[in-house]
Design a protein around this ligand. Structure first.
Ligand SMILES: [Fe+2]
Length: 475
């Protein structure tokens, strides 16, 4: 039902407008394929084929709003629910996100048809050295699947079709299978991809116990768990994986005792509070409280030099401001420094997410001092593990995104230049800020209520916490 001013206009156009309807719909479809937002139905907010009444309603609303066309990121094409999609009679093979990840990691040739709106595709998509990915929005397949359209679709062995939630991809894969193509569709789409969270042991860690690195390929997020003597601690946990940490610790015969945050994150919802509610001791940097943390009394704070014990492994607090005013690293077992977003194996931090462009130069100077006076003073063999990795990062032999301080100094010029040159380097090439970073920061400060579903959605997309998307390590 389409309502304008309470009037039901659903059937207004149908009988008399039919000869034009096809033409209007085709032109609108072409429009949305290019722009990806015009196809948002004013009634449901979901992308769908526009009826004439939708177009009338849109014209009325737009004229009232002076042709207000909101930018794609705010409206976003909230995909139809997966099960609301038309289906074909085809039963299509489904591929699990973890299996797709394995094929990419093993260097297999993977061909992907990404059927999300072009704006979403450009913001973030699955990629890799052996991945061939093409974007054709699913609306193109709703009807009139002609040779021109099929010629845009690559062949794969199989062709992996994906969308945001797994509904559209099953439909499109069905249409292509009817055309004799070898296809499979990605289970739960990009939401499924965002649920891939791998645990890899840091083999070069030589302190007490074991350390694993958590890797989220969809956003490049990294976290750590140290386990020793029946106790465990996690650093930079994601709220989306709260149960995972508890389960993994239990599986390793340990009780999760601490959950540390290195800083107030801008790209993901921290899991520290959720774990604290599960009986784990949440720990945040003392210096971040003054940014307006509302739950400081419920958790512990870590000041420079504070030591926390996990079995025989000591977790020592090392204050390293720059990325944020509260940025804090943790030296685990005298062997691994979890540097948060201060230092990555392929780049250094961006200094503009807390105080914006105006505060970035001073923050960059603070970062320089933290790196030179605190991080690089540690032993060359100490491993560095950041909170993110980008496509430019080259993992170590054990598959983790870690590198020793000696290796980083040898390969990353930014660590050997003087302060002024460093500041210029850091400010020169900063990527777009993480999507939704203000809402995410507000949530992590405790100033915004964000439920789990919204939290998951806010985090989708690239992280962009580094000063550059290109590698600063000339390895
Ligand atoms: Fe960050």
């Amino acid at each position: 039902m389409a309502l304008v001013g309470g009037l039901d206009v659903t059937h207004v156009g149908t009988p008399s407008f039919s000869p034009y309807r096809e033409g209007i719909q085709r032109s609108v479809r072409k429009l949305d394929a290019r722009n990806g937002v015009w196809a948002v139905s004013p009634r449901t907010g979901n992308p769908k084929r526009w009826s004439v009444s939708d177009i009338i309603l849109f014209c009325i609303v737009s004229s009232m709003q002076n042709c207000f066309i909101p930018p794609p990121t705010t409206v976003g094409c909230t995909p139809m629910e997966a099960d609301a999609f038309p289906t074909t009679d085809e039963s299509v093979e489904e591929i699990a996100p973890a299996e797709l990840k394995r094929r990419i990691d093993d260097g297999e040739d993977v061909t992907i048809l990404d059927t999300r709106a072009t704006g979403e595709f450009e913001e973030w998509h699955i990629d890799g050295d052996t991945v061939d990915v093409v974007n054709v929005p699913y609306f193109e397949f709703i009807d009139d699947v002609d040779e021109d359209l099929l010629s845009e679709v690559p062949r794969g062995d199989p062709l992996v079709v994906l969308c945001a939630k797994g509904g559209a991809s099953e439909y499109v894969a069905g249409v292509l299978q009817q055309d004799g193509r070898d296809v499979a569709h990605l289970e739960s789409g990009m939401n499924g991809w965002a649920s891939v969270y791998e645990a890899v042991e840091v083999e070069r860690y030589d302190g007490p116990g074991t350390v694993i690195q958590y890797q989220r390929p969809s956003s490049g997020c990294l976290g750590y768990m140290v386990v020793d003597g029946g106790e465990a601690a996690v650093v930079d946990p994601l709220q989306a994986f709260t149960d995972r940490y508890l389960d993994d610790a239990a599986e390793m015969g340990a009780e999760l005792t601490y959950a540390f945050d290195t800083h107030i994150h801008a790209d993901h919802i921290s899991g520290v509070r959720a774990l604290d509610e599960e009986g784990v001791t949440g720990v945040i940097p003392e210096a971040s409280v003054e940014r307006g943390v509302t739950y400081a009394d419920d958790v512990e704070t870590a000041a420079d030099g504070d030591v926390f014990e996990v079995g025989d492994a000591e977790v020592e607090t090392v204050f390293t401001p720059g990325h944020t005013s509260g940025m804090t690293s943790y030296l685990v077992g005298d062997s691994l420094l979890t540097t948060g977003d201060g230092l990555f194996i392929e780049s250094v931090a961006r200094p503009d997410l807390e105080e914006g462009d105006a505060g970035a130069p001073d923050a960059a100077r603070q970062l320089y001092e933290s790196l030179q006076e605190r991080v690089l003073r540690l032993d060359d063999d100490v491993l560095v593990g950041g909170a993110h990795f980008s496509d430019a990062a080259v993992p170590a032999e054990d598959g983790t995104y870690t590198a020793s301080i000696g290796e980083l100094v040898a390969t990353m010029d930014a660590l050997s230049v003087d302060e002024d040159e460093f500041v210029d380097l850091v400010l020169a090439d900063m990527p777009p800020r993480p999507a939704n970073y203000e809402d995410i920061i507000a949530t992590n400060l405790g100033q915004r209520d964000t439920d789990e579903e919204e939290a998951f959605t806010l985090e989708l997309g690239p992280n962009n916490c580094a000063a550059s998307q290109e590698s600063m390590a000339n390895d």
